[in-house]
Design a protein around this ligand. Structure first.
Ligand code: PGA
Length: 251
């Protein structure tokens, strides 16, 4: 089954609202004719309002980088899904390895976030991926399957098809050390096999599994040639509008 590619830029903690608007002015004219792939930008929370304005009427969708697991309440500093919906966002990243690593986000919390996003009618992009030690000791696939089992524990097949999975090996993020097309394809196929077993093959075939970890304009073509790689989640390479537009053209 042909799955539409998703090219999603994760800006992380970079760009002010003003810088985001300047990015949009440069990026949008370059991608306005692109319709065969889905394009998404995930700026920081503080740039969502500026980006919602800038992207209005364009082919580029808007996403957030995180959300609170609760709908509302006494949770100082947190941001709820309904607050994010005010900016007409479509997707929310969940369980990025930087949040797992530096903010101690665990699998149980991530599973709650998946649910809150789906209930709100938005699309979670679940990030999974092993560290260098898991790979060295050949436990990478089991490790990622464990992350999947926890995140999809309470979700049925009709929920699952409304999600995206991003495979992001930690050793490849921000290092320039991109997974080879073989390593990435092998893991994506392994994730799809897990989905097929956990749900069914029709569900697994419909779901998009995208790759992140030093994806850039030079390596995106070979990665996207792989049958189970349905898009990319670049961080660094999405920060420059010319580079990200080039990636969109290649995809
Ligand atoms: P990178 O980040 O492309 O800069 O490696 C990817 C990500 O963490 O989403």
């Amino acid at each position: 089954m042909a799955r539409k590619l998703l090219l999603a830029g994760n800006w992380k903690m970079q760009k002010t609202a003003r810088e985001a608007a300047a990015y949009a002015r440069e990026f949008l004219p370059r991608v306005k004719a692109i319709s065969t792939i889905d394009l998404l930008l995930c700026p920081p929370f503080t740039a969502l309002a500026a980006m919602a304005d800038a992207l209005k009427g364009s082919v580029v969708q808007l996403g957030a980088q995180d959300v609170c697991w609760k709908e509302s309440g006494a949770l100082t500093g947190e941001i709820s899904v309904s607050m994010l919906k005010e900016f007409s966002i479509s997707h929310i990243l969940v369980g990025h390895s930087e949040r797992r690593q530096y903010l101690d986000e665990g699998n149980a919390l991530i599973a709650e976030k998946m649910k809150v996003i789906l209930v709100a009618g938005l699309i979670p992009i679940l990030c999974v991926g092993e560290n260098a030690m898991h790979r060295k000791t050949k436990r990478h696939l089991t490790f990622v399957q464990g992350q999947l089992a926890a995140a999809f524990k309470d979700l049925n097949a009709s929920d699952a098809v409304r999600t995206v999975i991003a495979y992001e090996p930690i050793w490849a993020i921000g290092t320039g050390n991109t997974a080879t097309q073989k390593q990435a394809q092998e893991m994506h196929a392994g994730i799809r096999a897990w989905l097929s077993k956990h749900y069914n093959s029709a569900t697994a075939e419909r779901m998009r599994i995208i790759y992140g970890g030093s994806a850039n304009a030079d390596n995106c073509r070979t990665l996207l040639e792989q049958p189970d790689i349905d898009g990319l989640l670049p961080g660094g390479a999405s920060l420059d509008p010319a580079v990200f537009a080039t990636m969109a053209e290649i995809a």
